[in-house]
Design a protein around this ligand. Structure first.
Ligand code: AMP
Length: 356
């Protein structure tokens, strides 16, 4: 089914991913409305209507859905009870992808069933589970809450078996993972159209600081370049298994034994922001094209060298200094009110051709 221009796209979530999605949607002639609980919803100013209501507000969710022709999300932790309020035929991608990505344990099992390899892991539901997991898998490792974790939140590192006593079971279901000795990190971002056609963007090498993405760079080191095709094969299987429509991201560690799956995001991704200037069609535009049943655009890379760097905890005025740089530096600010430590305020993408 094709969604005609002039129709309304509903976005669940109000963050910067929704904001950039709304820009792409407007360019293709759609109206956008959003829904998220009260907060610094930076997507709202790009939307023709924005519902600031809780995820439990069934009446508001029904009113939101009644105004939409298609509904997608920019935030993968939308509670399943809220998603259930949207008529299933309006939702793209299929919400099964959300259910899997919201639960680290389920996600790892799903990936293993498709032939992928996650880090060694064990479910942890008590202090004694944690002790057994550390003894079986070894340390260093990371205890992660199964749900609601992102950007390194809800994670505790355990440096050695002796260090185990310093970390307590946090009272909610967790996964203990062995620390992967990786050469580099990378992501596979694909878009799958309504007819099942898949396009991959080039995989960037991603550097994280304090559990949060700092930079995404092209070209990548050899370790990443050699593992992209195996990682793409897995990502394609995930997309097909879920009859996925839209942009899907899988994150990997490049190791001496091949790609190790880290996690998936059933949405546009921070490591794909470079595609706005760096690719023939951005992840945001192709997501909108896919969910609206339109032909997909080329995902080809347009530059020899690209670096996307997150702007974290820096106020907007200071970030504007980037505009004085020579060369091609593209600044994106998200319009967030307060520049708190560890908060993504924007990003800058620097692109160059060979020899420049
Ligand atoms: P996550 O939120 O699980 O994606 O973790 C954020 C970042 O923490 C990853 O991108 C890695 O840099 C690091 N990390 C998480 N899990 C592991 C692991 N099992 N081994 C090594 N590094 C990890």
């Amino acid at each position: 089914m094709t969604i005609a221009p002039g129709s309304t796209i509903g976005i669940l979530g109000g963050g910067q991913l929704g904001r950039m999605m709304a820009v792409a949607a407007a360019q293709l002639g759609y109206h956008v409305i959003g829904y998220a609980p009260t907060g610094d919803n930076v997507a709202a100013e790009l939307c023709s209507d924005f519902f600031e209501n809780g995820w439990g507000d069934k009446a508001a969710l029904a009113a939101f859905a009644s105004k939409c022709d298609v509904v997608t999300w920019e935030f993968e932790n939308v509670p399943p009870s809220a998603v259930e309020m949207i008529p299933p035929h309006m939702l793209r991608p299929d919400p099964r992808a959300l259910g899997i990505a919201q639960d680290r344990l389920r996600e790892k099992r799903f990936i293993e069933d498709l032939g992928g390899k996650p880090a060694p892991y064990a479910a942890v539901d008590s202090d004694s589970d944690l002790r057994m997991a550390v003894e079986r898998i070894g340390a260093p490792g990371i205890l992660k809450t199964s749900r609601d974790g992102y950007d390194g939140k809800g994670q505790w590192r355990i440096a050695s078996v002796r260090d185990m006593e310093s970390v307590r079971f946090p009272g909610k279901p967790c996964v203990y993972e062995g620390l992967v000795n990786f050469e580099a990190e990378f992501s596979v971002i694909l878009v799958r159209g309504a007819e099942g056609d898949i396009r991959f963007w080039d995989s960037t090498e991603n550097v994280h600081e304090a559990g949060m993405l700092a930079t995404s760079t092209l070209p990548t080191c050899d370790a990443v370049a050699e593992q992209i095709s195996a990682a793409r094969e897995l990502a394609g299987k995930v997309a097909d298994a879920l009859k996925y429509v839209g942009v899907l991201t899988l994150e990997f560690f490049a190791t001496s034994e091949g790609p190790v799956f880290n996690e998936m995001a059933p949405r546009v991704h921070n490591s794909g922001h470079w595609t706005i200037e760096g690719a023939a069609t951005s992840q945001f535009e192709n997501h909108i094209r896919a969910i609206c049943g339109l032909p997909l655009g080329s995902a080809a890379t347009r530059f020899e060298r690209i670096e996307m760097r997150n702007i974290v905890g820096v106020d907007a005025l200071s970030a504007h200094a980037i505009l004085g740089e020579d060369g091609e530096a593209h600044l994106h600010l998200y319009g967030k009110k307060e520049a708190r430590e560890g908060r993504k305020m924007g990003h800058v993408t620097r692109v160059s051709r060979a020899g420049t």
